[in-house]
Every structure is written in structure tokens, then in C-alpha cells.
Write a protein that binds this ligand. Structure first.
Ligand code: SER
Length: 310
């Protein structure tokens, strides 16, 4: 079997995806790629490699050396980091993806790449946002995601590259939250477990689509396992599980930590980004085409995270 390469393996999705992949594959068949943050806690036979995805030559050498067949390409800057450093975001988020797709063409690789609800802007319906809603992102991260989706489609149409993608909402799992917008939810749960109050950067009533990390990992593995003919959307599939506001999350946390106190300290940039994104996502195509079913809602996710963090 050709090996699986995960880029961005030290990131939030990467760490969890590795665990999911080890459930189906031998550790020596999965190569965890990291750039600046070396990986810890890999299984004894687990493989890891330092690779900067903007360096196509090095990436190509890794693909050759490890006889890679599938790539889960996760390296990217999140929304707030991208907005603060758009030039770097374009280099990593767009440049990295272009390198991976070019290598996919040359080495016949299959690719998973996460897109995001950030592809939508204020022109899309807020509730149950459909797959084919207008894509008018208002921030750098979303613009990169739209361009990335178009690249996937182009490489499929022109070169037959089998790249598959889902549009994730905020992902909720244990582990240090990155510099994104939806990550406030993870910060809130950590603060609550520590017995501290939490000042939400998003104001009351700000609803955003979210998914339990366990579901997100399963979605990536399942879309890659689906027969090729079932993947009919070659940009990226809307994917949905739950949606909540900061107050709704706080109420759920209080079932475990009754004294938890939610405050508000609005972060102007995060609020503007959140305001431009959908409240809920319509994902009927993912459900119809390749059988997506989510397992976890807000209560299950909060219970799981509190247990894991404790
Ligand atoms: N979690 C991401 C962010 O907020 C959304 O894709 O940046």
C-alpha cells in the first residue's frame, strides 16, 4: 500500500486525524508532516517528517521517499491569522495547495483538502446555506478557500486529479485552539474547566456552524473512502452538524460547571468575520452523495470536551 501523508499534522485537525488514521492503518503507513512544531506522542513505529508545503521540491522528495499515495493536506493559516498576514496566507494556503495538486498530477496522488464555511459572505442566505449559494467571501481566509476550491475543480477537470473536500465549520475538540474565529468556543470550554470566567470575543446571539472534531475526522476519512463516482461535487461539499451562540454554549457548559460565568469583550475583527458567515449550513448533497451523517450535537460535544480536558 502506498503511504498516507498528512501535512499540518501538528495542527488541530492533524492531531486528531492522525489518531483516526491509525485506527485503520499501521503507523508505518502514515507519514505525519510538520513544519515548525515537531510532533510528540506518535506511536512507536509512526513516521514523521519536517516539510514546508511552500517548498515544492522538498514536498516532492517526501512524496517519492515515502511512496505517498494519499495526501491529507491540512497546512493553512486560520481566519484571523490570515487576515493579519494576508501575504503569508496566500503563500501557505494557496501556494501550498497548488504544490500539492501539481504533485498529485505528477505522482497520481489522491488529495483531501479542507475548505470552510468562510467561502460564504453576506450575499449567501444565513440559514441552511445551500451548497450553491453565492461565494462572496469578505476576508482573506475565505477568498483563499474559494480560490482553492476552484483549483481542485480545475485539476480534476483538466488532469483527472482525484481531490476531495468538505467545507468545515468551527471544529470542536480538545487541544490548543488556533487563531481563528470559531475557536472562541474551545477557549470558553477550557476557561470553564479551569474554573475561570470567559470573555467572549463574539457578542450575544452570534450563531456559527460547528462540528465535533470526531465527526470532522470521520468526514475526511469517509469522503476519501467513498467510491470515486459518488463524489459528484469537485469543489467542496457543505458539511453540517450543529450551530450555537456563545450563550447557548455557556448554558450547556453550566450543566457540568454550574457556576460558569460568561462575559463579553467584543473583538471587532472576529465579530466582523463571524457576521459575514452563515448561521447554519445545508448539507443535503454530502448526505445524499457519499452518505454523510453526523453523530454529535452540542450536548455530546460539550460533555466529551469537558471530560477530555479534565
Ligand atoms: N475555524 C476556522 C476559523 O475560524 C473556520 O474555518 O478560522
Amino acid at each position: 500500500m502506498r503511504r498516507i501523508l498528512v501535512t499540518g499534522a501538528a495542527g488541530a485537525i492533524g492531531r486528531n486525524l492522525l489518531r483516526g488514521l491509525y485506527a485503520f492503518h499501521r503507523p508505518q503507513d502514515v507519514v505525519a508532516g510538520y513544519n515548525k512544531t515537531p510532533l510528540t506522542g506518535l506511536p512507536e513505529d509512526g513516521l514523521s517528517v519536517q516539510v514546508d508545503v511552500t517548498d515544492k521540491e522538498r514536498l516532492g522528495l517526501v512524496v517519492e521517499k515515502y511512496d505517498v499515495g494519499d495526501v491529507y493536506h491540512l497546512s493553512a493559516l486560520l481566519s484571523i491569522a490570515a487576515e493579519k498576514n494576508p501575504e503569508l496566507a496566500r503563500r501557505v494556503n494557496m501556494g501550498g495547495l497548488t504544490n500539492v495538486l501539481d504533485l498529485a498530477k505528477d505522482y497520481d496522488l489522491r488529495v483531501f483538502w479542507p475548505s470552510s464555511i468562510a467561502v460564504f459572505g453576506s450575499t449567501a442566505p444565513k440559514y441552511n446555506t445551500p451548497q450553491d449559494a453565492p461565494l462572496d467571501p469578505e476576508f482573506e481566509y475565505g477568498r483563499n478557500k474559494v480560490a482553492g476550491e476552484r483549483l481542485l475543480q480545475q485539476y480534476f477537470n483538466e488532469f483527472g486529479v482525484d481531490a476531495r473536500s468538505v467545507r468545515y465549520g468551527g471544529l470542536l475538540g480538545p487541544g490548543k485552539p488556533g487563531p481563528g474565529t470559531t475557536e472562541y468556543a474551545i477557549e470558553m470550554i477550557y476557561a470553564a474547566v479551569k474554573g475561570e470566567p470567559y470573555a467572549s470575543p463574539l457578542g450575544p446571539g452570534t450563531a456559527l456552524p460547528m462540528t465535533d472534531m470526531r465527526d470532522a475526522v470521520r468526514a475526511a476519512i469517509e469522503i476519501m473512502a467513498a467510491p470515486k463516482e459518488r463524489i459528484k461535487i469537485r469543489t467542496s461539499y457543505n458539511l453540517s452538524a450543529m450551530s450555537f451562540t456563545p450563550e447557548q454554549l455557556a448554558d450547556e457548559i453550566r450543566k457540568y460547571i454550574p457556576g460558569f460565568e460568561l462575559r463579553f469583550k467584543i473583538d471587532e475583527l472576529k465579530q466582523r468575520v463571524a457576521n459575514s458567515w452563515p448561521y447554519t449550513i445545508g448539507d443535503s448533497f454530502a448526505r445524499e452523495h457519499w452518505g454523510w451523517v453526523h453523530s454529535y450535537g452540542l450536548p455530546e460535544t460539550v460533555g466529551y470536551m469537558i471530560n477530555e480536558i479534565r
